[in-house]
Design a protein around this ligand. Structure first.
Ligand SMILES: Cc1cc2nc3c(=O)[nH]c(=O)nc-3n(C[C@H](O)[C@H](O)[C@H](O)COP(=O)(O)O)c2cc1C
Length: 171
């Protein structure tokens, strides 16, 4: 599969088979995340791998859509804004979330390439996730990434056309 085919075939999966994900596949997905570029190479994030049933229950309570609890693995992407690059010379913009999003995209694409399904999840209760994951002060949960074998096809892609998205030389 070339890159455009891979990007096309990645889609949000909201139904998972109960089959476990092997250690080898999980490691490949995590490795893909670790290879992502970050501003100044600071890598201001941690990936928490959650497989224990009671911890999966706690995540499901923070995001009560049934599909999250179906996945055998959930990766909790945590950011540490204090560790991230900040554009101090101009506007103090913190690039932590950009860095973490690239890592999550690498993981989601790697999972697709390995025959696994994922879904980016942001609409969870961050306080509940922080408590369940015992996050230290200053560390925040940014995204949940369930990982498992898809039990559905995924929806047809609907995207803006290049004509709608792209401008040349100026706005
Ligand atoms: C930052 C971000 C947050 C998202 N949060 C959720 C979420 O909380 N729940 C959910 O079901 N899908 C969530 N999604 C999935 C999007 O709805 C989905 O990617 C989009 O509709 C495009 O569909 P596709 O992933 O199948 O291509 C999120 C996606 C992104 C990138």
């Amino acid at each position: 599969m070339n890159f455009i085919e891979l990007a096309r075939s990645r889609c949000s999966i909201r139904k998972y088979k109960p089959e476990p994900v092997s250690e080898d596949l999980l490691t490949q997905v995590l490795l893909a995340g670790s290879l992502a570029p970050t501003a100044k190479n600071l890598q201001p994030f941690q990936f928490i791998v959650v497989r224990a049933p009671e911890q999966l229950d706690a995540l499901a309570a923070a995001y009560p859509a049934p599909f999250l609890r179906e996945a055998p693995v959930v990766i909790v992407i945590c950011i540490d804004p204090g560790e991230a690059w900040v554009r101090q010379r101009h506007d103090d913009r913190n690039y932590c979330e950009v860095d973490a999003a690239i890592a999550v995209d690498h993981m989601a694409l790697a999972a697709t390439d390995l025959g696994l399904g994922t879904c980016w999840i942001a609409a969870f209760d961050p306080d509940m996730v922080a408590a369940a994951m015992q996050l230290p002060e200053g560390v925040e949960p940014l995204l949940l990434l369930p990982l498992g074998y898809p039990a559905e096809e995924g929806r047809e892609k609907s995207r803006k056309s290049l004509e709608e998205l792209v401008r040349y030389e100026h706005w």
